[in-house]
Design a binder for this molecule. Structure first.
Ligand code: SF4
Ligand code: SF4
Length: 125
């Protein structure tokens, strides 16, 4: 399973550098072209934490087992659905085959301000 490290401290799913979502969707920022660099990707599952209502509305996508493990000092990571097929790590079925990914975007207000930093252009390695 791919480990997810996240810097998006404004997201309802963020928990001390980890992601508490059950699944995250990584997409292109653009609807008309696929990324050629990491800053053109986004974590579409980002949900801005603004109040208790935002937290409650995100509860349908929570990794409860991972959250419990993390509270005991363990690790947790969501499953990943990624449609960025220009990435070296992209696999059939929209699966990410990287061992670990890192999502950037501290203080983001919207998902477009988040990026998969681990993106590597297919063929560039
Ligand atoms: S931005 Fe994405 S990876 Fe980060 S905590 Fe939110 S849902 Fe998880
Ligand atoms: S590393 Fe590549 S395949 Fe994996 S989530 Fe990021 S963009 Fe998608």
């Amino acid at each position: 399973m791919t480990t997810v490290k996240c810097h998006v401290n404004t997201c309802t799913h963020w928990l001390k550098g980890m992601c508490g979502a059950g699944n995250i969707d990584i997409l292109s920022e653009s609807t008309s072209f696929q990324p050629v660099e990491g800053k053109e990707t986004q974590c579409k599952t980002f949900h801005k934490r603004e109040g208790i209502g935002d937290y409650l509305s995100s509860l349908d996508n929570v990794n409860w087992t991972g959250t419990a493990a993390s509270l005991l000092g363990g690790e947790m990571s969501p499953s990943i659905t990624c449609t960025v097929d220009t990435c070296h790590y992209w696999g059939q079925g929209d699966r990410c085959q990287a061992e670990a990914i890192e999502i950037s975007g501290s203080n983001a207000d919207e998902s477009r301000e988040t990026n998969c930093q681990t993106y590597s252009r297919e063929g560039a390695q």
